[in-house]
Design a protein around this ligand. Structure first.
Ligand SMILES: NC(=O)c1ccc[n+]([C@@H]2O[C@H](COP(=O)([O-])OP(=O)(O)OC[C@H]3O[C@@H](n4cnc5c(N)ncnc54)[C@H](O)[C@@H]3O)[C@@H](O)[C@H]2O)c1
Length: 436
């Protein structure tokens, strides 16, 4: 059992804290956001993530998981410090490392004996060295080892991903730190999880290279989908046939309205910025970013073609989260689409099973509904932007009866084309052939 402090109790910090306490460690999750810590102390979970609430509650009850806003004290009380603060996009696409810097300073000011300092936040190559320098500037004789331990969890499946990762990457400079980290993840040995030991710089690069590759696959299949529309091919059949090739794999070959989320967009920009800084540009990634931006606005163009004039029309937007099973709306396609619709004079009726509250922070003035039926009632058109199961299972007959005009844009390709046609819907999707 190790004494672990997590600094930054967001999606990654809270899931990691709950997961590490489940592994048997004594964990304190800390954050500068006092309200968040207050909520957690009173048993409320500030984010939606399947299974998180029960995991947190069980470990709090067992006395292994605690919360604190006293970042300084928790640094002193721990053996291992995980940095899990946000690293949003800053100027020129680079990561904004302001939060990481302030944590590094707090660590430098409070280090009291040997500790392992481990960054889980996604940070550009070279950040580890920079953090070490910040700490040593404050405490020249500071006794610590630095570790880069990038996190690969996916929102919506975060607990499963943390408890059963495909791999754990540990970038260290000393065998002592590597041993400590192996102990932190000992519980995973039972599943024979590959634990990869690398340099700090390599670990930092693995995270960006992985995320950018996945995002690249999405932009690629979106471009293929757009071409399928022009030549009468079906992108689902293309993607399935491609994915059966073991060298390609079927994952991340789902066309749609462009990827969003708190990671892919900003991580791609940060990787491009690192490339330019090091005189080693990444034009492939730059192109994938451009494709993604235009894919989102392309959806508005499709809707315009379906209903001609948008001005004064009522459009039901089904799905606001950047993907299902999360309440996260950061960089979601819905934000671009809703913003364009509002600009075009559309009356937006929005529904999402759990992301409405977060979306309201960005669009307080559109109309929100408690069910898809409420949102589509009397609408001139409907657009699906998140593949919630609830939308897959919609009764299309009921949908048609509720809408003023049966027009639907299914950007996630989740509805049955034959059924739409048999009900005389005017419809469109991304890259699918109309039935013949
Ligand atoms: N969300 C994901 O799916 C995911 C997956 C893998 C990696 N990551 C990376 O993990 C990092 C965190 O992402 P997230 O989605 O959990 O972010 P988040 O915004 O949900 O959480 C970050 C937390 O850090 C806190 N914070 C900021 N400054 C602080 C400080 N000085 N001291 C203490 N706490 C502070 C914030 O209040 C917030 O609660 C990012 O670098 C991200 O790229 C995220």
């Amino acid at each position: 059992m190790r004494r672990i402090t997590i600094i930054g109790t967001g999606y990654v910090g809270l899931v990691s804290g709950a997961g590490l306490s489940e592994f048997g460690h004594h964990v304190i999750c800390s954050d500068v956001d006092k309200n968040k810590i207050k909520e957690l102390k009173s048993g409320q979970i500030p984010i939606y993530e399947r299974g998180l609430e029960s995991l947190v509650k069980q470990n709090v009850a067992k006395g292994r998981l605690h919360f604190s806003w006293d970042v300084h004290k928790v640094i002193q009380d721990s053996e291992i410090i995980f940095i899990t603060v946000g690293t949003p996009q800053g100027n020129n696409g680079e990561s904004d490392l302001g939060a990481v810097e302030s944590v590094a300073k707090a660590i430098g000011e409070n280090l009291n004996g040997y500790k392992v300092i481990c960054t889980k936040s996604t940070v550009p190559v070279g950040t580890g060295k920079w953090i070490e320098d910040i700490i040593r500037t404050i405490q020249p004789n500071a006794d610590f080892d630095y570790v880069s331990n990038p996190e690969f969890l996916r929102e919506g499946a975060a607990i499963k991903d943390f408890m059963h990762p495909d791999r754990v990457v540990i970038g260290t400079r000393t065998s002592k730190a590597l041993e400590v980290m192996r102990e932190v993840y000992r519980a995973l040995y039972i599943n024979e999880t590959p634990i990869l030991s690398t340099s700090v710089e390599t670990a930092e690069m693995v995270k960006y290279a992985s995320n950018a590759f996945l995002a690249l696959k999405i932009s690629y299949i979106n471009e293929i989908a757009n071409l399928c529309e022009m030549v009468g091919a079906d992108v689902h059949e293309v993607a399935r046939a491609m994915g059966l090739d073991g060298r390609i794999s079927p994952k991340f070959l789902h066309p749609g309205p462009g990827f969003g989320g708190s990671c892919f967009p900003k991580d791609m920009h940060a990787l491009v910025a690192t490339g330019l800084k090091n005189n080693s540009p990444l034009p492939t990634i730059e192109a994938a970013i451009k494709t993604n931006v235009s894919q989102k606005t392309r959806m508005v163009g499709k809707l315009k073609r379906l209903i001609n004039d948008l001005n004064g029309k009522t459009v039901a937007v089904l799905g606001l989260a950047f993907k299902p099973q999360t309440d996260d709306v950061r960089e979601a396609a819905s934000k671009v689409v809703v913003s364009e619709l509002v600009k075009s004079g559309v009356i937006v009726h929005a529904y999402d099973p759990i992301a409405i509250e977060n979306f309201k922070n960005h669009f307080p003035d559109i109309n929100y509904f408690g069910s898809w039926q409420g949102a589509v009632k009397d609408a001139d058109a409907c657009i699906i932007l998140t593949e919630w199961n609830e939308f897959r299972g919609m009764d299309l007959g009921e949908l048609k009866t509720l809408m003023k005009v049966p027009i639907i844009l299914d950007t996630k390709n989740i509805l049955n084309i034959q059924e739409l046609e048999s009900l005389d819907f005017t419809y469109d999707n991304v890259g699918r052939r109309k039935s013949e």
